[in-house]
Ligand binder design. Structure first.
Ligand SMILES: *Cc1c(COP(=O)(O)O)cnc(C)c1O
Ligand code: SF4
Length: 341
């Protein structure tokens, strides 16, 4: 059942699942039969960045396990409030690149569109936890300005829907936007960066696929899945629908202490996705965002891990280790040597 309603999850609409996400730390702890000693810290950290976890994601967690790798990604912890040197509100300087509403244009040829401010889930490590989202819900006039910006710069050949989570927008908005973008001759491809097919697989409907795939533009979707336990039957159903629509599927993950920082976890993630047609793209080193320092893994831990992975998996199942550095021309690749585990 969805929290606070009598609709079973399997037959709920994605809108319903999105609206009925769990946002009360008390409810989360009770549902997972977790110790109430976690509550005080959870309530304090929740005031800084709200808890938000959709029901289909919660159902993949192991009750009674405070170290569950999915729970760790969403549970607010008191330690988030400890200031750590070097961990800041806007580690990527995006508030400067975000000079026009709705647009982040940092790299050559690719432009990121903030389609909607909202997300279906609040990931504790998110570099956008302090992002001024409220300023990024565009009016019609602002949408026209953003589209004009793309029309006027013929060096841009790829538009990336981002957010927030762009699939939190409704299909009508996505269909309209995609048609506008497909009408711009220099745009050759469309990309969607989203975690929604992972956390609420019911989001992947025929209407969504029509909205994204109804134009001349080839579509690539970059999912954000961090752990093999996130890959359940519902998510595989969503992946199968996306593949039938000829959407190229990739995955980006974030290297997170206590979630996926072990070789076995990375192997399981790559295999669970790769065997179902989703190839790994990037493994991101954590951005040093205030409140996320407990997830930190050093560059050399990342290098060690990917160096080992390269000796265990085919090359196409090994993600590229990258980090975002403010002011750089693209994601910065981290050099990796082979390591015998
Ligand atoms: C990550 C990112 C992109 C896409 O980079 P790719 O290396 O092409 O995946 C584009 N714009 C911004 C602002 C980004 O952060
Ligand atoms: S879904 Fe993505 S953008 Fe949203 S909170 Fe999680 S990491 Fe951040």
């Amino acid at each position: 059942m969805i929290h606070g309603s009598s609709v079973p999850v399997e037959s709920a609409s994605w809108q319903n699942l999105l609206a009925s996400s769990i946002t009360d730390p008390r409810v989360l702890l009770t549902r997972l039969q977790l110790d109430s000693s976690l509550l005080e810290g959870a309530l304090a950290a929740d005031r800084e960045f709200a808890l938000r976890v959709p029901e289909p994601y919660l159902q993949r967690m192991q009750p009674g396990d405070p170290n569950d790798p999915l729970l760790r990604q969403v549970l607010p912890l008191g330690e988030e409030l400890n200031e750590q040197p070097g961990y800041v509100a806007d580690p990527l300087g995006e508030q400067q690149s975000n000079t026009r509403p709705g647009i982040i244009h940092k790299y050559h040829g690719r432009l990121l569109l903030v389609v909607t401010a909202g997300c279906a889930i609040n990931c504790r490590y998110c570099f956008r936890r302090h992002f001024p989202y409220a300023d990024n819900n565009l009016s019609t006039a602002e949408w026209e300005q953003a589209l004009d910006y793309i029309r006027q710069d013929s060096s841009i050949n790829e538009v990336i829907y981002s957010g927030g989570d762009p699939l939190a927008a409704n299909d009508r908005r996505l269909a309209w936007l995609t048609r506008q973008i497909a009408d711009i001759p220099h745009i050759k491809r469309l990309r969607v960066h989203t975690r929604l097919p992972v956390v609420i697989p019911q989001r992947v409907t025929d209407e969504l696929i029509d909205a994204l795939c109804g134009t001349r533009l080839p579509v690539t979707m970059v999912l954000h899945c961090n752990h093999a336990n996130e890959v359940d039957a519902q998510m595989l159903g969503a992946i199968a629908r996306l593949r039938r629509a000829n959407i190229t599927l990739l995955n980006q993950a974030v290297l997170l202490r206590g979630v996926n920082d072990r070789l076995e976890a990375q192997i399981a993630l790559s295999e669970a996705l790769g065997d179902n047609g989703v190839l790994p793209y990037y493994l991101h080193l954590l951005d040093h965002v205030r409140g996320a320092s407990h997830f930190h893994c050093s560059d050399s831990e990342g290098q060690q891990l990917i160096g080992q992975l390269l000796t265990r998996l085919p090359g196409y199942l090994v993600p590229r280790l990258v980090k975002e550095v403010a002011g750089e021309l693209g994601k910065v690749p981290i050099h990796v040597d082979l390591v015998n585990p």
